[in-house]
Design a protein around this ligand. Sequence first.
Ligand code: HEC
Length: 142
Amino acid sequence: MRNRLFRISIVAFPIFCVGVFLYMTYFNAAYDHPGKYVYKTRCAQCHGDNGEGTQSLVPPLADADMLKQHLDSLPAWLIRGMNTHIIVNGKLYEQTMYPIYMSEVEMANLLNYLAADMVHVNKYYKADSMLIIMKEYGQTGL
Ligand code: HEC
């Protein structure tokens, strides 16, 4: 009996390990940057999976001149929301983005992801500096 159990576990254990390995590889491939997870869950429904925007309603983020020039302002835009006429890559947008709250760590991850993957600027944001901005805008961090 013990012998049989031993033999079963000799086969089952490597299969289990391969399963865990495949799962982790897939998970990493899907969210290779922690900020990508924030983007996919908090922004992509409006701005598109790849930041392409939604027709004439939601502006793009990928290679968007506005975001590229003012990436530092993003925490303020998200905390306050945005409800004004803006011109992104030469096109007018005039819808509302309601305020979006997140922790300072998520905010830093998000900005680092956007900097690297969407607007291609060489910038790095830390959570403590995000917290300072968030406090300035009345959000104490979550
Ligand atoms: C419910 C839909 C919605 C969600 C969710 C959303 N946005 Fe927006 N966003 C908009 C709209 C609409 C505008 C245009 C606002 C205006 O015209 O004043 C906008 C504008 C912007 C702008 C300025 C314009 C540009 O393209 O540079 C940035 C940057 C931005 N959003 C980033 C984000 C990020 C980052 C997230 C996720 C944390 C996010 N948005 C989530 C709808 C959304």
